[in-house]
Design a protein around this ligand. Structure first.
Ligand code: MV4
Length: 509
């Protein structure tokens, strides 16, 4: 292929992240013949992403503010290692415009959008204004952040209750307050402002009509440096708790084909309004009449990207790398088709029976599902210690089937194969959710977990115990015979392993 002037070969990528997404990015690099450079904090010395990389550099202590969030250290490692590009992954510095800018200033390719696109979409009031101007439907509400309480009161009564108060300075549900009636407005406003102030250092608040029992449906987009933008259809992400997604699927059961095509067109318009380059996501709220409204844009690769890959066949991280190298998208909108159904379950080291409290610790036994239609994107291995310092995600289990029932059936089968001894994981929670009649009927919204889940609903679930006991027996046998495959000494004696299993069984019973 002829090299055009805008192309810029990428030979070595610094991956400014950790865990499963760092591993995912390194895999894409290797497939393209690109070298990868890992960075790691002290507790991540022997993390999977470090083992997977071609080279690795320490960047400081456990606290992310002293390691994965240090722009100066990351730029220094990029230069020292001879990297020509930086991939930020998700979280950490992925949506900080100053980081993207620092990369550009250092002569590095930032594998993501421009600093301008990141900051325009990062300011929620600015994003609403831009989107409305671009003809993208937004929830009815204020055009500006409202400084005076009187203005909020006037606008709220104009819109009609219930209304949602939101922080202008940032998203993710922080500083958000549902206000059902005029009498609650003053106290709601006070709470929203103070929460926004402490979360974002910015107490500006705006007001929107509240959408009742909304569904969260988002559209994946890809833009290249030649002005092409395509969408890759939607992901349904309504199964969340405390604004943390737990289960995602594609397609969504909430929308018909006409709405789907319209949402895709609108998402492309939204991306074009900020000259978007790389992978991005337009989030929508869908109401009970299937009307959809722009919520926010995420200017990064997202956790749940694999379900889009499963139904479209497009490798999104590879596409990011090719786009960053200046190559035009290799396909057109009409080439993108959704085929079959994909579901993702996020496997977290957390205890659903204990208010979903993170439950880090050493992974004593790990049996990962496989087989037809199953993908497990993991950031851990047997013997790894899950740190308290970071998001407790262990892996993302993705099932694909030719239709929704087949995908659910495969996911349930894979969840039965999953064995994790050590940290408490949410595997049984996923089985409960996928077997729930409301989930089966596709009758889900953002209140699903709050409405249906209570402590104790997992109690009757004992069907995984046989494989758990089998795996534990194997682990005990290994522990009895010197060291494991990697020369690692098992951390606990057989007796404590049995105690661990007894504890798990007690939890299930
Ligand atoms: C809303 C809403 C209802 N009406 N806005 C939550 C996170 C933030 N980014 C936007 N969110 C919401 N905004 C209006 N006008 C309901 C939510 C919401 C939500 C949205 C997506 C996914 C999960 C959610 C859980 C609770 C509330």
């Amino acid at each position: 292929m002829a090299t055009s002037r805008s192309e810029r070969p990428i030979r070595r990528v610094l991956v400014a992240n950790r865990g499963e997404i760092a591993v995912r990015i390194m895999r894409a690099c290797r497939e393209l013949g690109i070298e990868s450079v890992a960075v790691y904090s002290e507790p991540d010395r022997s993390a999977l992403h470090v083992r997977q990389a071609d080279r690795a550099y320490p960047i400081g202590p456990a606290a992310a503010t002293e390691s994965y969030l240090r722009i100066d250290k990351l730029i220094a490692v990029a230069k020292e290692s001879g990297a020509d590009a930086v991939h930020p992954g998700y979280g950490f510095l992925s949506e900080r415009a100053p980081f993207a800018q620092a990369c550009l200033d250092a002569g590095l390719v930032f594998i993501g959008p421009s600093p301008h696109a990141i900051s325009a979409m990062g300011d929620k009031v600015e994003a609403r204004r831009l989107m409305r101007k671009a003809g993208v439907p937004v929830v009815p509400g204020s055009d500006d952040a409202l400084d005076s309480d009187a203005k909020v009161e006037r606008l709220a009564s104009e819109i009609g209750f219930p209304v949602m108060l939101k922080a202008a300075g940032g998203g993710g549900g922080k500083g958000m307050r549902l206000v059902s009636a005029a009498a609650e407005l003053k106290s709601g406003l006070r709470a929203a402002r103070s929460e926004a102030k402490s979360a974002f250092g910015d107490d500006r608040v705006y007001v929107e009509k509240a959408i009742v029992r909304p569904r969260h449906v988002e559209v994946q987009v890809l833009g290249d440096t030649h002005g092409h933008v395509v969408h890759l259809y939607e992901r349904e992400c309504s199964i969340q708790r405390r604004h943390q997604k737990v289960i995602e699927e594609s397609p969504s059961t909430a929308i018909d084909q006409k709405t789907r095509e319209e949402m895709g067109r609108v998402a492309v318009q939204a991306a074009k309004a900020v000259d978007y380059v790389s992978a991005g996501t337009i989030e929508f709220l869908v109401d009970q009449d299937r009307r959809f409204y722009f919520l926010e844009m995420n200017t990064r690769i997202q956790v749940e990207h694999p379900i889009t890959e499963a139904v479209t066949g497009v490798d999104l991280v590879r596409a990011q790398l090719e786009i960053a190298a200046g190559r035009p998208l290799g396909f057109r909108q009409e080439d993108v088709v959704q085929r079959g159904w994909a579901i993702e379950c996020r496997i977290y080291a957390e205890d659903p029976e204990n208010n979903f409290l993170p439950a880090p610790g050493r992974i004593d036994v790990l049996r990962v599902p496989s087989g037809i239609g199953i993908r497990d994107d993991s950031g851990v291995y047997e013997g790894f210690e899950v740190s308290t310092h970071y998001d407790p995600i262990l892996s993302k289990l993705v099932a694909w089937g030719s239709n929704r029932d087949e995908a659910i059936g495969r996911m349930l089968r894979a969840l039965r194969e999953y064995v994790i001894v050590g940290p408490v994981a949410n595997v049984a929670f996923h089985r409960w959710a996928l077997e729930h009649p409301a989930f089966r009927a596709g009758d889900i919204d953002t209140g699903f977990i709050a409405r249906h889940f209570q402590k104790g609903v997992l109690a009757e679930d004992k069907t995984a115990d046989l494989s758990l006991i089998g795996a534990a027996l194997a682990a005990v046998a290994r522990a009895g015979t010197a060291t494991g495959r990697n020369g690692m000494v098992p951390a606990s004696a057989p007796r404590s392993r049995w105690r661990e299993i007894a504890r798990r069984e007690a939890l299930r019973d």
